[in-house]
Design a protein around this ligand. Sequence first.
Ligand code: FAD
Ligand code: SF4
Length: 471
Amino acid sequence: MSDVFQFMKLSRNPGDKIDASVRKIEFKEIYQPLHAVDAADQAGRCLSCGNPYCEWECPVHNYIPNWLKLVEEGRLFEAAELSHQTNSLPEICGRVCPQDRLCEGACTLDQGGFGAVSIGSIEKYITDEAFKAGWRPDMSKVVWTDKTVGVIGAGPAGLACADVLARNGVKAVVYDRYEEIGGLLTFGIPEFKLEKDVVRRRREILEGMGVEFVLNTEVGKDISIDKLLKKHDAIFMGMGAYRYMRGNFSGEDSPGVLEALPYLINNVRQSLGTLPQGEAAISMRGKRVVVLGGGDTAMDCNRTAIRQGAKRVICAYRRDEANMPGSKREVGNAREEGVEFQWNRQPVSIEPMIGGTLAVKLAETRLGEPDAKGRRNAETVPGSEEIVECDHVIIAFGFQAEVAPWSEQHGIATAPNGRTQAAPHGMYKYQTSNPKVFAGGDMVRGADLVVRAVFDGRQAAEGVLGYLGVW
Ligand code: FAD
Ligand code: SF4
C-alpha cells in the first residue's frame, strides 16, 4: 500500500546531474538515470489526482498517473506497454521535452510548492530499463495488409507515423536525405541532451517491427515524388522546418559568422564520424563566441561551443530572461556551464576587423507592449550601442517551414508562411488538399517541439488508416 504522504517525506529527484566542471568538457547526457528503487519512490509521490492535469498538458496525453503506479509496483513491462500506447518515442520525450512547461508544470505538487513528480525522468526510465530487460513492442497479433505508405522524413513525426502504421499492419517505408534516422533528434539536438545511441536503439526497434528505412535519399532529387505516389498507397510528409531566419542587419554574411544548424550538424557528424569529404570540422577551441538568439537552438550552440573549448561564450537576446522562448532548465544548465547571458540586447551590425576578428554592435532594448501571442516586443534604446569583439558569431534566430518543391504540381495547399496545410480535424486527420498525401510535424506547425511532432505523426497515421480502409 503506497504512502499518501510520500510527496511530503521525499523530495523531488529527477536524477543526479553531472557537475558542470565535468560535463562541460564532454558530449554526454548530463542527467543520470534513476535506479529502480528511486524510480519507484519518486513515482510514489504522485497524488493520483482524479482528473490529472499533467495528462492534459502532455501533448500526447500520456496516461501518466497509471504508468507511475505501475513503476511504483515494479511492473516495468506493463508500464512500457502502456507508455507506448500514447507515445512512439517515450524515452526521447522523457529526455528532451521541456517538462517544466508541459506535464511537470501542470503537476498539482508543483502548483503546491512541493516539487513536481519527476515525470520526464520516470518516462525515460521505463523504456530504457524495459528495453534492457528484453521488452519489445508486441507485434504478435498484427495482421499485415497489402498496403504500403511512403513516409518522407525520419524525424519524430515520420517515426511516430511509421510506428502506428506498423502496429496496424501497414508497411511504412521511410525515406530520409540523411545517413541516419531521427531528423533533428540526430542532426540538431546535441548529445548532452540526447545521446545518439538512444536514437539508434529506436531504429532497431522500429526495424524489428517491420519499418523500412531508405536513407541517404532525398525525395525530389534522388527519387521523384511521382515514383513514390505510384509505389505507395498513401504518403506522409514530415519534412520539418529548415528555412533559416535572418536578422537582416549588416555584416550577417561576414566570414566567421555561422548559421546555428550547420554548426550543430557539423559537430554531431564529427562525433558520428560521418563528416562529408571536403567539409572541415568546425571547432570553437580557444575562441571568443557570441551566440545571437534565446531559444533551444541558441542554448545548444552555447553549450556546444563551451564543450569545444571556447575561451568565452556570450549569448545575447533581445528580450529579458522571463520572455525568452527557450526552456528555463536549459538556460540554467548553460549558465552553470559558463555561458554569459546579455539580456535585452539587439544586434545592430557585425563588422569584420583587421586580424580576422569581428565587432558585434549590440543595442540595449526595453520591452514594449505585448504582441498577439502575449510576448512583449523589444524596442531599442537610442544611443545605447556597445561593441563586443569576438572570433565567431553564431546566429540562432530559428527556422520556418518551407513549401515542398512538389506541392503546387500535386495540389498540396500551403499557407503564405510556407506551412503545409493539413487538417487535424478533417474527415481523415492530417490529410492535405491532395487526398493521398498527409503531413505533420514542424512542416505543418512551424518550428515546435519533438512531442508535438510525435503527436502529429501518430494522428496522421490514424488518418491514413481511415483513408486506406484499414480502420
Ligand atoms: P525534423 O526533426 O526536422 O525531421 C524532418 C526530416 O525530414 C529530416 O530528417 C530531414 O532530413 C527529412 N527531409 C526533409 N526533406 C526531405 C526530402 N525532400 N527527402 C528526404 N528527407 C527529407 N524540441 C524539443 O522538444 N526539445 C528540445 O530540446 C529541442 N531542441 C532543439 C534543438 C535544436 C537545435 C533544434 C533545431 C530544434 C529543437 N527542438 C527541440 C525542436 C524539435 O527538434 C523539432 O520540433 C522536431 O524535431 C520536429 O520534428 P519533425 O519530424 O517535424 O521534423
Ligand atoms: Fe511530459 Fe513530454 Fe512525457 Fe508528455 S511526453 S509526459 S510532456 S515528458
